[in-house]
Every structure is written in structure tokens, then in C-alpha cells.
Design a protein around this ligand. Structure first.
Ligand code: ZN
Length: 139
């Protein structure tokens, strides 16, 4: 399964992560699923109500509003993303513990090396089964 992400949305995500540093930023991913790939067409930055460098929580009301917007745009909600201000782009123990849906895409943008952000997408099936997906940035 390959993930295709629009360049403009990728840049928006990096901008958000840098603006909210040293806190984790978070948001939702919308797009379309095909048989062999998933295209992320829009990202929706959200407020991290935790205001923390180590975890994030989305505001349920904001989440509800975004889900509505996604549906109105004719897209599917396909996952979420958050940043890791100081740690690598892989799910933390807490990320894994809180992952509830094996079909949900988890994006993690690492600012560990601030000049070169690293983004990976994962499927989290269980603590021992985390799949990292191939990613293509589309201009
Ligand atoms: Zn995390």
C-alpha cells in the first residue's frame, strides 16, 4: 500500500509542526482509498488541547466539524497525523496504545532534525505489528 500526498499539504503540515513547536501538532487526513494506494488530498490542522511535547488530544467538537467538512468535500477520513518535536518518526508506546483502528492511517512528522523533517505513515495493528508505508509526495 502506497501513500500519495499532495506537496502543498505536506508543506502545510511542516509549517504547522514548526509553528507549534515545541508542542506536538495534530490533524486529520482526508482523501481517497484505491486498491493499491491511498491518496491524501487534504490535511486539516487541529488544536492539540494537551499543549504537550509528548502527546496530543484533539478537541471532539473540532473533530466533529472537520469530519463534516471532509464529507462535504466528497472525501473520506483516512487517518490522522501528529508531530514528534524531539523524537523519531515512529509510533511511541502511547501512540500504539491509543491506536484503535487497524485501517486508520497514522502519520508522524518528526522534527528531531529540525532542518530536515521526516514523515512516515503507519498502520498500527498491535504492539508488535506496526507497518510503515511507502510514501510519494506529488507535485
Ligand atoms: Zn506520537
Amino acid at each position: 500500500m502506497k501513500i500519495i500526498l499532495q506537496q502543498a499539504e505536506y508543506e502545510k503540515m511542516i509549517k504547522q509542526a514548526r509553528a507549534e513547536f515545541p508542542h506536538e501538532c495534530c490533524g486529520l487526513l482526508a482523501g481517497q482509498k484505491a486498491e493499491d494506494h491511498i491518496e491524501i488530498q487534504m490535511i486539516f490542522p487541529m488544536v492539540n488541547v494537551d499543549g504537550s511535547s509528548e502527546h496530543f488530544t484533539m478537541d471532539p467538537k473540532e473533530q466533529f466539524a472537520v469530519v463534516k467538512k471532509v464529507r462535504n468535500a466528497g472525501l473520506q477520513l483516512i487517518g490522522n497525523y501528529h508531530s514528534h518535536p524531539y523524537t523519531p518518526s515512529r509510533p511511541s508506546g502511547e501512540d500504539i496504545r491509543l491506536a484503535h483502528d487497524p485501517d486508520f492511517l497514522y502519520g508522524i512528522l518528526s522534527l528531531e532534525h529540525s532542518e530536515t523533517p521526516v514523515l512516515h505513515f503507519f498502520y498500527i495493528h498491535s504492539p508488535t505489528k506496526v507497518t510503515k508505508l511507502e510514501i510519494e509526495i506529488k507535485r
